[in-house]
Design a protein around this ligand. Structure first.
Ligand code: CAA
Ligand code: NAD
Length: 283
């Protein structure tokens, strides 16, 4: 199984980061978003980050040129016809992901592996809408993608060993560390992280402390690089809520009940950094 050409679907913070690391590791990459403004913004963000590296001397001007040459903006989802591997990174909603997987299944060549960067949704259920469930797999990158070393790899019920191995090897070529995780809601990362974030929101909701102080406790007391509310804003409050809902529904246990304050912020359109307002305000 030879992976040379990669397509990334969704050019938000995760999709753009994923496209960047593939291009930086020598893959030909096309980046597609349903909203072309986001694709443009995604490519501009990559350009800015790489130029910063050139400025710092950690990337040469020649390497920068080569990476940018390997990155292609796809105006149509039909670019899937040329991909060996497709990584989907759109909104964390089952119905949206299933619609995309059904379309990709009809467009992509039969050898193409369809991966999802879902944070919490069952891989098996996404794979079920395709005619190739054996080639569907979870490839869960962490945010910010160019910095974080981990990729959780999740097989669906039908994923073959050959596909798993190809994705495992590809992850290593990206200079990331693959960890195999079974197909349960939230996998390992978000089953542990997201209830902590949700509890931080409850702590705020119940007036135990203010936003700054909750974050300060976890940063200075537990050596977390970001406080949980800053991290929630960084991830996106919509994504945090969708993940909590998946855990709540998937396990049927009220310990995963999303905090009403999290729901309220999402309803208000306060989604964190990406909208300029969440638990904190951003320029
Ligand atoms: N994109 C790309 N690179 C970034 C970045 C971003 N958004 N933010 C920071 N960086 C890079 C910087 O350019 C810098 O690179 P160099 O060392 O090459 O100069 C490096 O990261 C360190 O940045 P800073 O010095 O500016 O800031 P920092 O030391 O505070 O680190 C951080 C920033 C790495 C984001 C750190 O705060 C951190 O680790 N935060 C926690 C991140 C985390 O927990 N991620 C997981 C989220 S959960 C998830 O991803 C799963 C899910 O499904 C929700
Ligand atoms: P985001 O909101 O930044 O970006 C999502 C992008 O998907 C947007 O640009 C949107 O226009 C695009 N999109 C929506 N519907 C589409 C469609 N039908 N076709 C093509 N593009 C479409 O979201 P994000 O934070 O990048 O998250 C994307 C995925 O990655 C989610 O499944 C999320 O759970 C997962 N994830 C997020 C994080 C995180 O920290 N934010 C970490 C790991 C995994």
């Amino acid at each position: 199984m030879n992976i040379e050409t990669v397509m990334v679907i969704g050019a938000g913070q995760m999709g753009a980061g994923i496209a960047q690391v593939f291009a930086a590791s020598g893959y030909q990459v096309s980046l597609y978003d349903v909203d072309q403004k986001n694709t443009q913004k995604g490519i501009e963000g990559i350009d800015k980050r790489l130029k910063k590296q050139v400025g710092k001397g950690s990337l040469s001007a020649k390497e920068y040129e080569e990476i940018m040459k390997r990155l292609h903006l796809a105006n149509e989802i039909t670019a899937a016809q040329k991909a060996d591997l497709i990584v989907e990174a759109v909104v964390e909603k089952m119905e949206v992901k299933q619609a995309i997987f059904a379309e990709l299944d009809s467009l992509a060549p039969s050898h193409t592996v369809l991966a999802t960067n879902t944070s919490s949704l069952p891989i098996t259920e996404i794979a079920a809408v395709t005619t190739r469930p054996e080639k569907v797999i979870g490839m869960h990158f962490m945010n910010p993608v160019p910095v974080m070393k981990l990729v959780e790899i999740i097989r669906g019920l039908a994923t073959t060993d050959e596909v798993y191995q190809a994705v495992y090897e590809t992850t290593k070529k990206l200079n990331k560390t693959p960890v195999e995780v079974h197909d349960f809601p939230g996998f390992v990362s978000n089953r542990i992280l997201m209830p902590m974030i949700n509890e931080a929101v409850f702590t705020l909701y119940e007036g135990v402390a203010n936003e700054e102080d909750i974050d300060q406790v976890m940063k200075l007391g537990m050596n977390h690089p970001m406080g949980p509310l800053t991290l929630a804003d960084f991830i996106g409050l919509d994504t945090c809520l969708f993940i909590m809902e998946t855990l709540h529904k998937g396990f049927g246990d009220d310990k995963y009940r999303p905090c009403p304050l999290l729901r309220k912020y999402v309803k208000a359109g306060w989604l964190g950094r990406k909208t300029g307002k969440g638990f904190f305000t951003y320029e």
